[in-house]
Design a protein around this ligand. Structure first.
Ligand code: ADP
Ligand code: MG
Length: 213
């Protein structure tokens, strides 16, 4: 089983090959078709199972299907991560794909220079990777056109609760347009994560990979 059989574009499958990715992981096999189909999803799979590309590739394909030069940049993919370290990891995994597709990506994080972030946002970005509190600050300052966002990802959702960030997430969910695709991923899906998902995401497809026995 190769990435091409998941209906990923030639541009993305070529890039995957170039970056040394040969076969999709189990969560990628399950989640990529659901997300390419435009569905909302909540998905769990253990740490290190490749959840980042599982949500990133379908979103990038929908943002720039022909991998053509993008001239007008506006935020279409919004990824929320509980910590700046995890945001940085998402950034590293996404960078070769985003660059090759001529998309601009910005990282917004506590401890980052807010004025530098604001300048980047004003220049125009396609993909935002952010911690929730800093994201909300930029939204409230109207540096981010939240209505433009087509795909919202909440990564490490259970950790978001551990860190007390759920209030920020609820605010952001409330501002999203009805038609935006919403995705929650987590190593474990706990009842509080399901409750959040059911409140803000309808309809919702649930994909849980069994932990190895
Ligand atoms: P998770 O978010 O599930 O903890 P990541 O998305 O951070 O996992 O991926 C963990 C590592 O696995 C990363 O270094 C990533 O580049 C690598 N990886 C992802 N998908 C594949 C794949 N299909 N084949 C090989 N390595 C992969
Ligand atoms: Mg991850």
């Amino acid at each position: 089983m190769f990435f091409a059989s998941l209906k990923l574009s030639p541009a993305l499958t070529d890039l995957l090959e170039k970056e040394g990715y040969v076969r999709p992981t189990p969560i990628q096999k399950r989640l990529i078709p659901v997300l390419l189909d435009g569905q909302n999803a909540i998905a769990s799979a253990q740490t290190g199972s490749g959840k980042t590309l599982a949500y990133l590739l379908p979103a990038l394909q929908q943002i720039n299907p022909e991998a053509e030069k993008v001239t007008h940049h506006y935020p279409r993919l919004f990824i929320l991560s509980p910590t700046k370290e995890l945001a940085q990891q998402i950034y590293e995994v996404s960078r070769p794909f985003v660059n090759a597709l001529n998309l601009n990506v910005v990282l917004l994080q506590g401890g980052g220079r807010r004025t530098v972030e604001t300048e980047r946002l004003k220049k125009g970005v396609d993909v935002i990777i952010a911690t929730p509190q800093r994201a909300l600050e930029h939204i409230e300052a109207q540096h981010i056109d939240i209505k433009a966002i087509r795909h919202l990802v909440v990564d490490e959702a259970d950790m978001m609760f551990d860190m007390g960030f759920v209030g920020y997430l609820e605010k952001i969910f409330t501002m999203m347009t009805e038609r935006s695709q919403k995705i929650i991923v987590s190593a474990t899906i706990t009842p509080r994560v399901i409750k959040l998902a059911k409140t803000y995401i309808k309809p919702l497809k649930r994909i849980e990979l069994d932990p190895p026995g």
